[in-house]
Design a protein around this ligand. Structure first.
Ligand code: 7RM
Length: 654
């Protein structure tokens, strides 16, 4: 976050109260109601979560114990048996919702499809049977590498139905990144499409899968299921690759949901950290289901007549929790959009809101800033009066963007829920409840009932004026471990801050402040993670990608504030031997990073230098590089710098 943004946030005094009419009809109607829930949950969390689990979900068998907490390992609803696919589908079929739209899909270019709960259930059962026929058993991992099409949700639910944990890999990731993830989970089957639409172009997903699997690249993958989406020619390897529609045609629609243990793995989703390779975040069945269910219900205040639209991609946690599982578990109508705003169709988002009468709209600050740039005329030319609630996620929202969203999109009548959470938390943690909590532009406001959050120093003492965001008590949606690496789980999240008075603290990796009203202001990452357009990237991943190029000797990557993307990637690179830092090489290195990771990791800027600023013990001084990248004066102590000349040469180079 830039200094200017921090300054403007600290001076923020505006307050927006929920409209009375909104509060009257809301699930949580007043600040007192919120306070009551919060206090009750804090006083007896197990009773609070246990009661909700009983009221809100179907269980084949009730649990014996709500929480088994052996820090940092939690088990929720121990002994309980349930199935999230059952909760998202089957239980709605015995109600009037059977023929309600479960999924409205807006595809590119101009395709559309609506699936009722009954239709979605049928497709899911068939795909579940297909997976079984291909030999997928409970516990086997399935890779999903898909565009934003209904089949992505169907595939996830089919996996959940038979107890096969899924790993969705964002379609923007490269073949290399896909391969790493498939290897790490030892996937048995991969579900993909011939291609997907992104901004008027076709992304060759199947070709990427072929590349990832080439030469036994991922041992153990026996089958690839391919959705026909773009109808371009793709290679189908005999014996391995099969068409989704052909398999579905002959599959039975009778597939009872497998009763899963509450702690059975539901999915593994990779996310970037400050060190090493992306981590496989593990989420399990019962706790995740309850947490995404109840956060969706109370935060998006879902009403049965609502059309709800979250613009994330199912390849990210937001898509998992708030396009697929949370909304469907509530029997809501969830809208899925394959496209994105682009020069050829800049008003597409507003067209979709008008066309479907979207009531709840959830997007990212980076998208809002892009909308602002495209001008007010586009949204003003559409009828957006169906909207009653707006949400944001992914990065801090600057107050100006918040105000624009409130005025131009929300018509000054829609509350905004600025939702802070992470892949690791499973669901939203700090957020307004829209009928209850007054908002302040730029603040995620207060913790969800049952979440005990604090801003602390590295000893675990509360430091409201600025410190690390931490969570003090386990919650049902929390990650259970890093796949295959419980030690790394402990080190990454539970050892930065030592337990205080026997209480363990979850370290989120974000910096935050807490104001006199107890409102949280999340300032951004405090580790070597950068947030580019709401996408989380580890500097080390990008450095590894750069160093894997033969011309590169060393690389150091930092974020610099960017008006549109939040942050942009700046790479400082030293070259091998006699290589010279040409413009052509800059381009090639950018291409190389895209090839290794994907387009979201493309550095905005590559700066060649003869040396990186290091301490005498050889550590790269990133703080200096961050200063340089953002054009600021180098601040703070430089006395540990080994070669002071480096700094001057870097300055001159810029
Ligand atoms: C949901 C998601 C997590 C990181 C997190 C923060 C940042 C997310 C907000 C936010 C300020 C918000 N999962 N972040 N939401 N920062 N205000 N409302 O984004 O795992 O991909 O990223 O995103 O830094 O640690 S994520």
């Amino acid at each position: 976050m830039s200094e200017a943004t921090i300054e403007s946030i600290l001076q923020e005094t505006r307050r927006f109260h929920p409209p009375a009419e909104f509060s009257q009809n809301a699930h949580i109607k007043s600040l007192e109601d919120y306070q009551h829930l919060y206090d009750r949950a804090k006083a007896d969390p197990q009773k609070f979560w246990g009661e909700l689990a009983e009221q809100e979900l179907h269980w084949f068998q009730k649990w014996d114990t709500v929480l088994d907490w052996q820090p940092p390992f939690a088990k929720w609803f121990v002994g309980g048996k349930t199935n999230i696919s059952y909760n998202c589908l089957d239980r709605h079929l015995t109600t009037w919702r059977k023929n309600k739209a479960a999924l409205i899909w807006e595809g590119e270019p101009g395709d559309t499809r609506t699936l009722t709960y009954a239709q979605l259930h049928r497709e899911v059962c068939q795909m579940a049977n297909v997976l079984k026929q291909l030999g997928v058993q409970k516990g086997d991992r399935v890779g999903i590498y898909m565009p934003m099409i209904p089949e992505a949700a169907i595939a996830m639910l089919a996996c959940a139905r038979i107890g096969a944990p899924h790993t969705v890999v964002f379609g923007g990731f490269s073949a290399e990144a896909l391969r790493d993830r498939l290897i790490d989970v030892q996937a048995r089957v991969v579900i993909t499409a011939d291609g997907g639409w992104r901004k008027d172009a076709i992304v060759p997903l199947k070709a990427q899968v072929d590349k990832a699997l080439a030469n036994g690249g991922v041992p153990g993958v026996e089958n690839v299921i391919v959705v026909r989406r773009t109808e371009q020619d793709v290679y189908m390897q005999p014996g391995r690759d099969r068409w989704w529609h052909e398999l579905q045609q002959t599959a039975s629609a009778d597939c009872p949901a497998e009763p899963m243990d509450s702690e059975d793995l539901l999915f593994i989703l990779y996310t970037s950290g400050s060190t090493g390779k992306p981590k496989g975040v593990v989420h399990t069945t019962g706790g995740y289901n309850l947490y995404t269910h109840i956060t969706t219900k109370w935060i998006f205040d879902l009403q049965d007549t609502d059309v709800y639209w979250c613009t994330a991609d199912v390849g990210w946690i937001t898509g998992h929790s708030y396009i697929v599982y949370g909304p469907l578990s509530n029997g809501a109508t969830t809208l899925m959009y394959e496209g994105a705003p682009r020069a050829s169709n800049p008003g597409c988002m507003w067209d979709i809101i008008e066309k479907h009468g979207v009531n709840v709209f959830y997007t990212a600050p980076t998208a809002i800033r892009a909308f602002i740039k495209m001008g007010d005329d586009l949204p003003k030319a559409r009828n957006l009066s169906s909207l009653r609630l707006l949400g944001t996620v992914g990065e801090p929202i600057n107050p100006e963007a918040w105000m624009w969203y409130y005025r131009v999109i929300g018509g000054e009548r829609c509350p905004i829920v600025d939702t802070w959470w992470q892949t690791e938390t499973g669901g939203i943690m700090i957020t307004p409840l829209p009928g209850a909590i007054p908002t302040k532009p730029g603040s995620a406001t207060l913790p969800f009932p049952g979440i005990i959050a604090d801003v602390v120093d590295l000893e675990g003492n509360s430091v409201a004026e600025g410190g690390y965001l931490a969570v003090k008590y386990p919650w049902p949606g929390m990650m259970r471990t890093i796949y295959g690496d419980p030690d790394r789980f402990r080190r990454t999240y539970w050892e930065h801050i030592p337990p205080k008075d026997g209480q363990y603290l979850y370290f989120a990796g974000d910096g935050a402040r807490c104001d006199k009203d107890g409102y949280f202001w999340v300032m951004g990452r405090v580790d070597d993670v950068i947030n580019v357009s709401g996408h989380r990237l580890g500097t080390m991943e990008i450095e590894s990608a750069l160093v894997s190029h033969p011309a590169v000797a060393e690389a150091a990557v930092v974020g610099k504030p960017d008006e549109l993307k939040g942050e942009d990637i700046v790479a400082f690179v030293t070259l091998e031997g006699t290589q010279s830092g040409t413009e052509e090489l800059q381009k090639e290195l950018k291409r190389h990073v895209v090839q290794e990771i994907g387009a979201i990791a493309r550095p905005g800027e590559i700066r060649f230098t003869d040396a990186l600023p290091k301490t005498r013990s050889g550590k790269i001084m990133r703080r200096l590089l961050r200063n340089l990248a953002s054009g600021q004066e180098v601040s703070g102590d430089t006395s540990t710098l080994e070669d002071r000349g480096v700094l001057d040469r870097l300055r001159e180079g810029a």
